[in-house]
Design a protein. Structure first.
Length: 97
């Protein structure tokens, strides 16, 4: 598959954002596997080139040491330029599902 410059730029930007989020979560004691933390840009391109849906990059992680399974974080990457109430309700529903 041949990617356009815009698609390459989007993959690179989302890769950097996701990597930063993973590093921040690791520093805050959320459970992050090394594969997610150490994924390279090339690996990200290979993984996401066929499917450019931003919502497939959603991150849902539990806090380390939380046996009650109550503390978790849900990071999403919506396709919409502006996130409204309807979109937020959709993600809240998914995060509890």
């Amino acid at each position: 598959m041949v990617l356009t410059e815009e698609e390459i730029s989007q993959i690179s930007r989302l890769y950097r954002v996701r990597k930063t989020v993973m590093q921040m979560l690791k520093e805050r004691n959320y459970i992050i596997v090394d594969h997610d933390l150490n994924m390279t840009l090339l690996q990200s391109k290979n993984k996401h080139a066929e499917n450019m849906k931003r919502e497939d990059r959603t991150i849902n992680r539990r806090k380390q040491g939380d046996d009650s399974d109550q503390i978790f974080i849900y990071v999403f990457f919506p396709d919409e330029a502006e996130v409204g109430v309807k979109t937020m309700k959709s993600y809240v529903t998914r995060s509890h599902g």
